[in-house]
Every structure is written in C-alpha cells, then in structure tokens.
Design a protein around this ligand. Structure first.
Ligand code: AMP
Ligand code: GLY
Length: 428
C-alpha cells in the first residue's frame, strides 16, 4: 500500500517509523515531514493546512491510506474532503473533531452524558465573566473555546490573574475567533494522565496509559510547552483506575457522540486528572498526543497500520477478534530536546551532533521534530527539535538509558528537562 502521513513533528516521525514496520506498507510519503522522517519516507513539501494540495497529491499518487497527525487539519475538515473524494483516511470528520476544536462542545457533551469533569460556566462577555470570577473566587481555570496551539488555557491562582486571562481572550482577542467564547471552570487537583483509545464508534481498543510533562522546567515550573517529555505506562493509572476512566469517561463520551448522531473514527485522547474523587476529564483531543505517541508506539508489538485501517473502515471488531493489540511490557520514556529560548523566541539552523552515536545505543530511537537537512548536516528547525526515546526493563532503567542517549547529542542552546518520569519513580 501507498501511505501518506500528514505532519512534521516527532509524533509523525513515530507514526511513520511504526507504519514502516508493517507488511502492508510498500511506500510512505510524509507532508511536510522533517529530516528524520526523510530517512524512512519521501517528504513532500505541502503544508498541513493545505487540504486542496494534499487531496490533489493523494489522487495523483493513488495513495491507499492517509494518516492525519495534527488537529488543525482535522478541524479544517480534511477527513471529510478525502472521504468525499473516495479516499481512505484515518481520523475523525470535522463534526466529530469538535471534541477538540471546541472546548464548549466537549464540555456540553460531557455535562449531557454524565462524564465526570470540572464544573463550568460559558461566557462571551468580559464583565459578566469577571463578575462570576469575583463571586466564585480563585483558583479557577480560563479556557478559550477554540484551537489555540496549546496556549488557550490559563490556570489562574488569583482573581487578578483570572481577570487578566479574561481580558486577554475576550477583550484583546488574543486567539481571534477561537476566543470568542470562554469557559471558566473549577480548578482540579491531582496527577494528570493521558488515555488514548482507538475507536470506530462501535468498538474501543485502549492503548497503554501515558503521562506527559507540559511545563518547560524541572519540577513542573515555567510556562506550558507542547510537551517536554512523556512516559508509558503511567503507574498512577492502575488497572482499577483505567477501568473507571474507560467506563465513566471514554465509553460515555463515545456513546454520547453516537446519540448525537456523530460517528467518531480515529484516536480519542482523554486528558484526565486523577482527583481524590476519582478521574475527571480535563479535555479531549481528536488525534495522537505529542509526545505521548513517541512513548507509546515503541511499546506496540502489533501492526499499527492494519489497526488504523480497520478503524477507518469501521471494522475494529476484527482486531479484537484476532486477539487485540499486543504490547511490550517494558516501560518507555521520551525526552524532548528543545531550542534555546523555547517555548519563547528561539533561533533555528544550529548544527546537531551525536545523532548517530545516540541511535546506536540499544533500545533507543531518536525521533525528529523540528529538524532539516542541509548538505551533510542536520540542523535545528523548530522549538522542539528531537524526542529521544528509550525502553528499559524498569522505568528507572528506561530513564537512565534515555538520558545516556540525550548525553550524546548536542546543539547550541539545547535544553531538556532533567526530571522526566519523576512521578513514575514515586516523586510528587
Ligand atoms: P486542556 O487543554 O484543557 O487539557 O488544559 C491544558 C492543561 O491545563 C491541562 O493539561 C492541565 O494541566 C491544566 N488544566 C486544564 N483544566 C484544568 C482544571 N480544570 N483544573 C486544573 N488544571 C487544569
Ligand atoms: N501532549 C498533549 C497533546 O498532545 O495535546
């Protein structure tokens, strides 16, 4: 089969790497890809949001199956367009992808179908929002309704912080239309976990649990990022907790969508807070997580491509009948190496050394994010540059091995967290 993967991050590198292991894959394209992906797929210079050109390319090349990485493409309706054109594609259609592209859609669905989540109110008026904040008090969480590249959520510890967030989103229109409405919700406490499932709305196959590290600095300090690392499994997600998340969050949400007449096919990703009153949903994503995917896929022994195909064909039950997915029991850790200054301003074009030495280490894969090739060099080309990933017999061993690999790699300004996985080692 000819496969097209859409995206250019370490998540897409992990997807291409795993798809390349499938017997079904003959040729893989990636749009636009990166220097790491270029080693195993043919990179095509088409932007993720350019649905028209992607469709044209898929038709011309007779692509058998397309896999969508990022949420923008899903929210723009790429899946709808491909299906209309008679092409097979992995991911939810636009209406279903609203579970991520509209936080209000997701919250209202959760409220209607009794999915545990933080209590919330919706506002489009700054004065009324502030009045509510004064009555309700802090801490509270302010969320822009639409997609805001991970920047649309403010966890406000004080009333002035909450008011600043309201002004930023509703008055200064920091996120444009995506911030035309906001949610103000109660602040939840606990550990976070990411639960990703494959579903065709009739069958659900959970992937293994994971946890990511969103803050830029050690001990979860500093601003939020796209993700500085991840590990799988998340020990806080015991078998009982996993079952509760599936029963109360995942199944109720998928059933709710079905009752609303919305078929959901693809990955449903629940960001969950493990509170003392049980797991509560923070958000949903309509796609593979980044960097969770980099920590999950090296543990998957089964054929991902076959499973994604079955999902998009509505035949996921066949995978269950054939025994379901099989997993490596070893934990996996992913450490992100970022450009100096990220998540703020950063420079590009720094030469990366040590990639080959790191990749030679046993059980290590170096997934590329923002990289590009220039003659015989690999240069930095984004904020998150590499996702160095390793398996170990224990989580401690996986962490040590992965940091050893990171130690081989350098580029000017490179920074990474030194405490990836600390919670899995018993840290608070
Ligand atoms: P979201 O995009 O809704 O997951 O929000 C991004 C991050 O903000 C989450 O991963 C949490 O760390 C934090 N967050 C979101 N909602 C809440 C909440 N209700 N209580 C505490 N933290 C939250
Ligand atoms: N790891 C968070 C996300 O993919 O949105």
């Amino acid at each position: 089969m000819k496969i097209l993967v859409i995206g250019s991050g370490a998540r897409e590198h992990a997807l291409v790497w795993k798809i390349a292991q499938s017997k079904l894959a003959d040729k893989i394209f990636c749009a636009p890809g990166n220097a790491g992906i270029a080693g195993i797929a043919e990179c095509i210079d088409i932007k993720v949001e350019d649905t028209v050109k992607l469709l044209e390319f898929a038709r011309k090349e007779k692509i058998d199956f397309t896999v969508v990485g990022p949420e923008m493409a899903l929210a723009a309706g790429i899946v709808d367009e491909f299906i209309k054109a008679g092409l097979k594609i992995f991911g939810p259609q636009k209406r279903a992808a609203q579970i991520e592209s509209s936080k209000i859609f997701a919250k209202e669905l959760m409220a209607k179908y009794n999915v545990p989540t933080a209590d919330f109110k919706i506002f489009d008026n700054a004065a009324l929002a502030k009045k509510y904040i004064h009555e309700h008090g802090a801490p509270c969480v302010i969320k822009a309704d639409g997609l805001a590249a991970g920047k649309g959520v403010v966890v406000a510890k004080t009333i002035p912080e909450a008011e600043t967030a309201v002004d930023l989103i509703l008055e200064k229109n920091a996120f444009g239309q995506a911030g035309a409405r906001i949610i103000i919700e109660d602040c939840l406490e606990g550990q976070e976990a990411s639960i990703l499932v494959l579903t065709d709305s009739k069958t659900v196959i959970p992937l293994v649990s994971s946890q990511d590290h969103k803050r830029v600095f050690d001990q979860d300090l500093g601003p939020n990022t796209g993700g500085m690392g991840a590990y799988s499994p998340a020990p806080a997600v015991t078998e009982a907790v996993f079952k509760e998340i599936l029963d109360k969050i995942i199944y109720r949400t998928i059933d709710g969508l079905v009752k609303e007449g919305i078929e959901y096919k693809g990955i449903l990703y629940a960001g969950v807070m493990l509170t003392k009153d049980g797991p509560k949903a923070l958000e949903f994503n309509a796609r593979f997580g980044d960097p969770e995917t980099e920590a999950i896929l090296p543990r998957l022994k089964s054929d991902l491509l076959e499973t994604m195909l079955a999902t998009s064909e509505g035949k996921l039950n066949k995978i269950v009948q054939a025994g379901g997915l099989s997993w490596d029991s070893r934990p996996c850790v992913c450490i992100v190496c970022a450009s100096g200054g990220y998540p703020g301003e950063y420079e590009k074009g720094k030469a990366i050394t040590g990639l080959a030495e790191a990749a030679k280490l046993a059980d290590i894969v170096v997934f590329h994010a923002g990289t590009k090739k220039a003659q015989d060099k690999i240069l930095t080309n984004g904020g998150r540059v590499l996702a160095v990933t390793g398996l170990g017999n224990t989580i401690k061993e996986a962490i040590e091995k992965t940091y050893q690999a990171v130690g081989k790699i350098s580029f000017e300004g490179m920074h990474f967290r030194k405490d990836i996985g600390y919670r899995a080692l018993g840290g608070k």
